[in-house]
Design a protein around this ligand. Sequence first.
Ligand SMILES: [Zn+2]
Length: 373
Amino acid sequence: MLRQKVEEGFRVLTLEAEVDADVIEFIKKYQALASHLYWSKRLGIEPSETVLSKIDNEIKSYWKWHVIDEDDPMYLFKGIEKTPRPYSTIIRLPLVDALHERKGAFIHDGKLVLRLNKKVEVPIPKRALDWLNKRFAENPDKKTVRVFERGGKLVAQIILHKKNVVALPNNPLLVVVDLNSSHGIVVHYWDGGLIKTEKYKPPNRSAAWHNVKHLMKLRDVLYNQGCITQQQINKYSAIIRETLSGSMKSWIQQTVDKIVRRVRRIAKRHGKEPLVMIDVPDDESLRGTSLQRTLLSFAKYFENILSWYGIYFEEARLYSTVCPRCGEKLDLKMKTRNLRLMTCKKCGFEEERDKVPLYWALNKLLALKGEAF
Ligand SMILES: [Zn+2]
């Protein structure tokens, strides 16, 4: 039997726009009505008649069914009674619907057109539109738009969804992604022999920290002079958070995109299907650190993009300090600036520390094939 599985990938484009006050009001009213339904469902009580009739009269049908109709495939409150704590995303209650001309939303002339209480047009920047057109050309299965309010602005997220049935390739190009390396992220490409190894280091945060310190200082000076209110201070905090998270997020996205492009290109050049083996970060020394959080979100985003393209991947623990031949703990034999040579005193295995996970990946591949063919 061939080893098969379903992979699901998402791509999201987030747009923000200043809109008329009545549009924001409409979204807030919708959220209030929908959260009444949410809490009724959660607490197991009947929703109020007034709310139901308001939803019936004031909300267009295509924004309605997924908060009312339990059989709707997009129903937002599925299994909500059993959820221990409400998710903030559910409480935020996006308006969800297909990206469709006769329904809630569609794209026309470089703009996202939404039908809320009235027609709202959200301009899509040229680069985002190019990106979106490329993703549409990759044939997503489902397109939806979520609409909500944040900081007095309208936020619209175009969400593309793709489902792929993938099978373990018989004779793959093996790609080993080691997220536990002290060098950051190490990627090996293997086709009967090592093609190449690439290393990626998460960005140094010092530049971002420098800006953050400057912002904090400005904020304190302004506050001490009585120039800003507590509410404005909160805005500074939001900017500071954004400065720190934004840089890491875009590094993750750019690096993942780069690696996935490379995987597809090298596989094509070698006339093979790729198989990606990912060593998920789980090193003791990293637990609870910001580096671990970065590596975990890297793994999550990476697996999402692989799923989008239907590239077969497996998570596996790929050790760098355990002998891949006999399981004995490896000893460090020699260390220079760029090289740490590991050796096994039991069976004599010897290899550079960064390459040891590759042997574990090859073992794992053999095991997978043993199960599959
Ligand atoms: Zn050994």
